[in-house]
Design a binder for this molecule. Structure first.
Ligand code: FES
Length: 111
């Protein structure tokens, strides 16, 4: 399995996030800066709520359900800090965004 084209850089503006299904994986693409794109699991590790329904303030992804917060550059939990989002490798070639799904699985918290 290799990198799969997901969208163009023009489809995801700085400060935006959007949900995509890639190779059967629900993925949240986040644009945290010019040509800085991260790909995380698309559902909250808490209770399976789509993170794309939450907010992205440019630095943090905030789930709409119980307001858990995640660092948009690393996927690490900020509040609470004992959870994390699984991250997918991203490659930008020209103006296209590619993601690799192989070997990555969504993480879930126990609380
Ligand atoms: S489902 Fe996301 S914080 Fe509870």
């Amino acid at each position: 399995m290799t990198f799969i084209k997901v969208c163009g850089l023009d489809d995801l503006w700085e400060g935006e996030m959007e949900n995509f299904i890639v190779n059967g994986h629900e993925i949240l693409l986040v644009c945290a800066g010019e040509r800085v794109v991260r790909a995380f699991q698309g559902v909250c590790p808490h209770q399976d709520i789509p993170l794309s329904e939450g907010k992205f303030d440019g630095e943090k992804i905030i789930c709409r359900a119980h307001l858990w917060q995640f660092d948009a550059c690393t996927g690490k939990g900020i509040n609470p800090d004992d959870c994390a989002l699984a991250e997918y490798p991203v490659k930008i070639e020209g103006d296209d965004v590619y993601v690799k799904t192989e070997g990555v699985q969504a993480l879930f918290a126990h609380s």
